[in-house]
Write a protein that binds this ligand. Sequence first.
Ligand SMILES: [Zn+2]
Length: 407
Amino acid sequence: MLSGIARRESGSARAMKTPHLDLLLDILAQPTAPFREEHVIATVTRVLEQAGVPFFADPLGNLVVGAASHAEYLRLVRGERSEGPSTEPLRVFIAHMDHPGFHGVEWLSPRRLKVQWHGGAPVKHLTGASVWLADSHGWTGSGTLSRVKLTASKRSIDTAEVHISTPLDLPANRLYGGFQFRAPVWRSGKRLYTKAADDLVGVFAIVATALALFGKRRAAQPIPFLGLLTRAEEVGFIGAIGHFELGWLAQSQGRRPVVCVSLEASRTLPGAIVGKGPVVRLGDRRTVFNPGTLKVLADVAEQILPGSHQRRIMDGGTCEATAATAYGFPSIGISVPLGNYHNQGFEGGPDCKRPGGPAPEFVHLDDIAGELDLCRALMKTGLPWDDPWKKQRQLLQKNLRHYRKLL
Ligand SMILES: [Zn+2]
């Protein structure tokens, strides 16, 4: 059994300024895989219930934070207030609760489980790698990988066998798992090492933002905030697509603007370095993001995190902002730079035995604190969403006035 006690601390780190560090560690310590987000859901719902933050599950099993029901969601989307529709755009923060991992398929013998992988993975040094196993009740044990078959593209794992030391009296299809390291999460200085930062850090950021917004006292007017915690992103945005297909968000029918904000942990790249601040994500591998909406985010970042944020196209992967864009919603993204993306030992470090082989993901506490600051700042009223380029235009006009005489 893996212990839930995952909080090792080393170095002389001072306490993280980010509120809710325990909540972050708690979420990172939950087992998760595509379509098997149940423990993350249980942790998040417990916290939201305790704090009195409204939430409900949509028909796909995604968690919607900030509204207690479908009806309340629609009221928010339409901007209904006593004094008429709100002009403040509805901010829809999106993060996914899964991480690449495997599902049990069948028992080949009492100690050999055939598994199917879902999502990205390292493709080197896999034989003998440690994996954890869980079911709906929690951790069930651990094992090692063998007979790994890669996908046709050779970019991820297709199937494998998991050898376990103690036979489990459980149906194969109840089990799921992922790469295992010394603990589900541990801290070293200001770094957090974990089996899965992508995208549990984003989930944490949404929950922490909701806790801050809803607080103890109920606001007089509805807060223009929705959090969408999705399922099965790693196999192609399944939860997000299912949610957009419901058509609920489209019911603003132009009465109230909607802005989607994807929160991701994204593969570190030149210009998006772990520890140098959250990244204003200009785009992903598929597309650039909405320039007007992005201008608001970029200006907010410049204002509240001068010199301690980064900006670039994070084209190491795609994100749910692309799915939102495909459904016609203006979308932007904030990334926390992520080491050893999808447990691939790109950057190496502790518990990475060989370069490129299985490795714990890592993130930096300062980057997460900065992401929380950005989320809060995006919720301020009166940001120039309807004319983000006004100031820039005024500067351009000044240029024209200055040089006009030379024309
Ligand atoms: Zn991912």
